[in-house]
Design a protein around this ligand. Sequence first.
Ligand SMILES: Nc1ncnc2c1ncn2[C@@H]1O[C@H](COP(=O)(O)OP(=O)(O)O)[C@@H](O)[C@H]1O
Ligand SMILES: [Mg+2]
Length: 288
Amino acid sequence: MTDTLPSVENSHTVENLLTVENLVVEFPGRRRRAPFRALKGVSLDIAPGETLGLVGESGSGKTTLGRAILGLAPVTSGSITFEGRPLVGLGRAQRRAAGRDVQAVFQDPYTSLNPAMSIEDILTEPLTVQGVAGRDARARVRELLDAVGLPADAGARRPNEFSGGQRQRVAIARALALRPRLIVCDEPVSALDLSTQARVLDLFIDIQRRTGVAYLFVSHDLMVVRHISHRIAVLYRGEIVELGSGEQVTDAPEHPYTQRLLAASPVSDPHEQRLRREQRWAQAARAS
Ligand SMILES: Nc1ncnc2c1ncn2[C@@H]1O[C@H](COP(=O)(O)OP(=O)(O)O)[C@@H](O)[C@H]1O
Ligand SMILES: [Mg+2]
């Protein structure tokens, strides 16, 4: 399965795309209680074209980390740099410029798309903000629909005419509109049924191969993350307890928490589990 992933340049020979160092995020405590520390000094990096999977149980801080990278969570201390430039503490104009390079796909395809807008308008919006308009914008929208496997006439339709998987394709197309270098994907397949999950994951891999985009890919499901990630980071109560290659983390986890995450999956043997999932995905792909 790993050999189907696009290869990544050795991260020691290239500049990191994203570097997070000692990141602390605290939310204010309610009613004068002490602030809640959701991230307790997280460090990681992502190379160009790489997928870093981020797993951990609910409440471990995965979404908070993604939101901090997107400038949507309060950074108490530590640093986030993108291609060597700081992403924290930017003014609005700088943030908007940086926002072009870092996009997001969220879990719920039913709430992330404005139901009143046509798909064409949804995809044109980010282009307009960056000054792409008219014929160029329409051509780009056609290109984007094609890139995510939606028919050209999808542009005239509205989100409610599409299934969850198709809506997620629209959300991916919107994220791709400005040719980002990194996409924060927060549980982007968790709301989809199994066969749709497999196809959307393969779309993510295919897009990465074609565009060289990097992903921070968040999921509570270790096996989903295993399918798509070059490396995997395991987050536990706001701290990274393990970070290694996809094989190492899923086949020979070192940290007791990772071992428990694996054991909590329906089949405790990781080899067996992966085999079963791959078989189900292969069946689902054949059936579609
Ligand atoms: N805006 C917020 N205000 C207060 N606490 C928050 C906020 N967002 C998240 N948290 C808390 O931070 C912790 C991590 O949440 P989250 O990042 O959503 O975890 P995950 O995505 O891994 O399920 C949880 O305990 C959550 O309640
Ligand atoms: Mg979350």
